[in-house]
Design a protein around this ligand. Structure first.
Ligand code: SF4
Length: 137
């Protein structure tokens, strides 16, 4: 069983109310080989919501609101689901401040990247779950 970013499975949970549908991930969910989660929604954030990026370890929206606590809450809820379902692997959305793995947006809202992990990806990795992003498929 895999845990996957819900936006990759066609759920319209992105900050702008859209998805990042990848047919392979949709098929994994349909065949009951993957569970979709959106840690930002589970943290209590609305959809649509303000765009957010990580700056100096804190998650801040484009208007400067610190939403780190909500992102952390959602990351832990996502980990709870992954643990309950016995997931050992994850397919996550690249570059996101929650789901990004290896590289994320650098906090300038310019589209530029920096090395690092989103809060959900970091938590899954720390708990022994192997992560790839949709760019690795
Ligand atoms: Fe997709 Fe993850 Fe962002 Fe939710 S938090 S919209 S699952 S990238």
């Amino acid at each position: 069983m895999k845990i996957v970013s819900a936006c990759l499975a066609g759920v319209n949970c992105r900050y702008d109310g859209k998805s990042n549908t990848i047919d392979y991930v949709v098929d994994l969910v349909k065949s009951q080989d993957a569970i979709p989660v959106c840690p930002e929604q589970m943290g209590g954030l609305t959809t649509p919501r303000e765009q957010a990026e990580i700056v100096d370890g804190r998650v801040c929206t484009i208007t400067g609101k610190d939403v780190t606590d909500l992102f952390e809450r959602g990351a832990y809820e996502g980990l709870n689901i992954a643990t309950l379902a016995g997931c050992r692997e994850a397919i996550l959305k690249s570059r996101s401040p929650s789901c990004g793995y290896g590289k994320i947006y650098n906090g300038t809202y310019s589209g530029e990247m920096t090395e690092g992990n989103g809060l959900f990806a970091k938590l899954l990795s720390e708990n022994g779950i192997d992560i790839i992003t949709e760019e690795d498929l």
